[in-house]
Write a protein that binds this ligand. Structure first.
Ligand SMILES: Nc1ncnc2c1ncn2[C@@H]1O[C@H](COP(=O)(O)OP(=O)(O)OP(=O)(O)O)[C@@H](O)[C@H]1O
Length: 289
């Protein structure tokens, strides 16, 4: 009896964090010309899954993420979070962008920045203070709570952006090339921080990167996008152990195989062309040679 109750409570939580992208197409209309950035994207993330997206430059990764975040309306198709269609930024979602410098308010302290979305969520002062303190501790920035973002290094600023996202307790976290602008050492630290926060908090995580190693290291699955106009070319399961670390995981033979496979697919993606059939669905073929 109790078991059934617990099971159904768990499945409800996971269902609410399920993300479905169905037939998303995005055409940008400009003065006298239109650009079809995304042709036909369909994929799902189960509640609590960590999926990475890679693809050639200009494949429409940022466009896709903006559609998922409800910041951009798809031309056709839809994005669903749980049972709800996403038509504006949903309350259960948080986004971390690449440009940490621009995403934090310079006139607010570190804790002020993390607190801001919590105020909008109308949480009590006590609960907000608790969440801010927990998030700062999780990213190792308790000591700089009263500093301003411009007093911190790039890597620290990106930690603040991550703390702000996790303090919000999102059901879904979207990250768009979040570590592209930091040095290699900081990047490795932030990758591990992301995986440990994901394991601890259990949110659904969609992570866009152009770095194949990063995608394989972080993801449970890697989606490879074709060149624009974009479709999902391959959905690869990363069958590496859940406990990962920079040295052991990256030197495992299986990591090397997966990395080589994704690399090959990304190369193929550059010459993968889609043709639209009469029923509007997309079919793809890769150039030979
Ligand atoms: N606002 C816009 N108006 C018109 N075209 C756009 C706009 N934003 C993006 N595009 C075009 O849509 C395509 C996909 O762009 P997008 O930024 O989504 O790709 P991306 O995969 O994130 O690229 P990168 O890996 O280089 O960051 C590109 O051809 C781009 O020029």
């Amino acid at each position: 009896m109790t078991m059934t109750h617990v099971d159904s409570a768990l499945s409800t939580g996971a269902d609410r964090a399920r993300l479905d992208v169905r037939g998303v197409r995005k055409i940008y209309q400009g003065a006298g010309r239109s650009v079809e950035a995304v042709r036909d994207l369909t994929f799902s993330l189960g509640g609590g899954e960590l999926v990475c997206i890679v693809g050639p430059s200009g494949a429409g990764k940022t466009t896709l993420l903006k559609c998922v975040a409800g910041l951009l309306a798809p031309t056709s198709g839809e994005v669903r979070l749980g049972d709800e269609r996403v038509v504006e930024p949903p309350p259960g979602m948080a986004v971390v962008f690449q440009e940490y410098g621009r995403s934090l308010f310079p006139w607010m302290t570190v804790q002020g920045n993390i607190d801001l979305p919590l105020k909008q969520k109308k949480l009590s002062k006590g609960r907000r203070a608790e969440l801010v303190a927990q998030a700062l501790e999780a990213v190792g920035l308790t000591d700089v709570a009263d500093a301003h973002p411009w007093q911190l290094s790039g890597g620290m600023q990106q930690r603040v952006a991550i703390a702000r996202a996790v303090a919000y307790e999102p059901a879904v976290l979207l990250m768009d090339e979040p570590f592209a602008a930091v040095d290699a050492q900081t990047r490795a630290e932030l990758e591990d921080l992301t995986r440990s926060l994901w394991q601890r908090l259990g949110m659904t995580l969609l992570f866009v990167t152009h770095d194949i190693d990063e995608a394989v290291y972080l993801g449970q699955r890697v989606l490879v996008l074709s060149a624009s106009p974009t479709v999902v070319m391959e959905d690869i399961t990363v069958d590496l152990p859940a406990e990962r670390d920079q040295i052991t995981t990256r030197s495992a033979p299986r990591f090397g195989e997966l990395r080589a496979h994704v690399h090959e697919q990304v190369q193929r993606a550059k010459t993968y062309h889609t043709t639209t059939s009469s029923d509007g669905s997309a079919a793809g073929k890769a150039d030979r040679g």
